[in-house]
Design a protein around this ligand. Structure first.
Ligand SMILES: [Zn+2]
Length: 367
């Protein structure tokens, strides 16, 4: 099985590039409509028949549209006819996304350059790439799509890529990871990710935010928005770093709390509510998943109930076991940092989750 992923880039176009791409989109829509109409009238989604019947006329009506794009528009129209079972003529907005095949676009992921065919010849666009995108250099590009955001007046390039699945790692070693506010991540192997820098930067932003909010002027609001962007980028960078360090460890399975399934439950603390509403926890989860997959490792999500109240030694679950950052079991007296105790519970839940999975897979050999 192949791993498939789509990444999106913000395109920067040379002078005249935007209007050339917009005209290309309109011409592409004209080509699409012609194929869609013919297929609808003749009750067929066959691409070859459609090509024979419409190609010449379409080329005449939009002479500047490169022939590969004419074919791309026809393929999209046929797929839409098939999806709608020819019950109605497929429609498309004049500035809807266009699909490009390799003949009409070249994408250079090392330098962030895309050469895009248009009704006015090839356009050389650039897009910002980061260290993170380097991992995709060995992937195969399957399709590229260009879309336009009317409100923001921005063009996007979406690249779908595939990569043969890496051999799954044989030995299983589970690491539990507790995500938190004070400590970004605490792992069951006693690793704490609570870099002083993260704390310093976040408290700096919190302070600035309070100051600006109390001013309430228009310029303060503008500054607040810009600051939110900077803070977000900082958190994203941090999440990249942490997830990279975690997946490159000796562990092969990473267990996290399943935050998506706990909205229904009522009894949970302040920390839990914060976890639920914090997008950066989800971001860390996504990054971990992507990076783990690339190494043939995996992420499992475990039931989030009691992870912070349960004793990781005797299993006694009691709300009063935890007080702030310290955990002390009322039954067996075990003491530990509360986040670390939670991470160990998550690791244990991960192990039992895996054994349930392997029971359902009869082909797995038990030695
Ligand atoms: Zn205990």
């Amino acid at each position: 099985m192949n791993v498939i992923r789509t990444i999106t880039f913000n395109l920067q176009l040379p002078d005249g590039g935007s209007s050339a791409l917009l005209d290309t989109m309109r011409a592409y829509s004209t080509a699409f409509s012609a194929s869609a109409q013919w297929g609808f009238e003749n009750h067929t989604w066959n691409k070859v028949e459609n090509h024979k019947a419409t190609y010449k006329a379409v080329r005449e009506s939009v002479p500047d549209l490169p022939s590969s794009l004419v074919q791309g528009a026809r393929d999209c129209a046929c797929e839409a006819l098939k999806a709608g079972k020819c019950a109605s003529p497929p429609e498309r907005k004049p500035l809807a996304a266009m699909r490009y095949n390799q003949r009409v676009i070249t994408v250079n992921l090392i330098h962030g350059i895309a050469t895009i065919a248009s009704v006015r010849g090839r356009i050389k666009a650039t897009f910002p790439i980061s260290e993170y995108h380097r991992q995709y250099l060995s992937w195969t590009v399957t399709t590229s799509t260009i879309s336009f955001d009317k409100r923001k007046k921005v063009f996007y390039l979406h690249i779908s890529m595939e990569h043969p699945d890496v051999e799954p790692v044989q030995e299983v070693k589970v690491l539990g990871i507790d995500r938190g506010i004070v400590n970004v991540a605490v792992c069951s192997d006693n690793t704490f990710f609570n870099s002083k820098q993260v704390k310093r930067v976040r408290s700096k932003y919190a302070h600035l935010r309070r100051e600006l909010q109390s001013k309430g002027t228009r310029s303060a609001k503008r500054k607040l928005r810009r600051m939110a962007g900077r803070e977000r980028r900082f958190v994203t960078d941090t999440n990249h770093c942490i997830s990279k360090q975690i997946v490159e460890s000796e562990y092969t399975v990473f267990a996290l709390e399943d935050l998506s399934k706990i909205r229904v439950q009522k009894r949970r603390g302040v920390e839990f509510n914060r976890k639920l509403n914090n997008w950066s926890f989800y971001e860390l989860e996504q990054f971990l998943r992507y990076k783990a997959e690339d190494l043939g490792k995996q992420v499992v999500l475990v039931d989030a109930r009691y992870t912070s109240q349960k004793c990781s030694v005797c299993g006694h679950a009691y709300k009063g076991n935890r007080e702030g950052s310290s955990f002390r079991c009322r039954k067996c007296g075990f003491q530990l940092h509360a986040d670390l105790n939670a991470a160990r519970n998550i690791a244990q839940a991960g192990i039992s989750c895996l054994s349930r999975l392997s029971v359902n897979q009869p082909n797995v050999a038990h030695s």
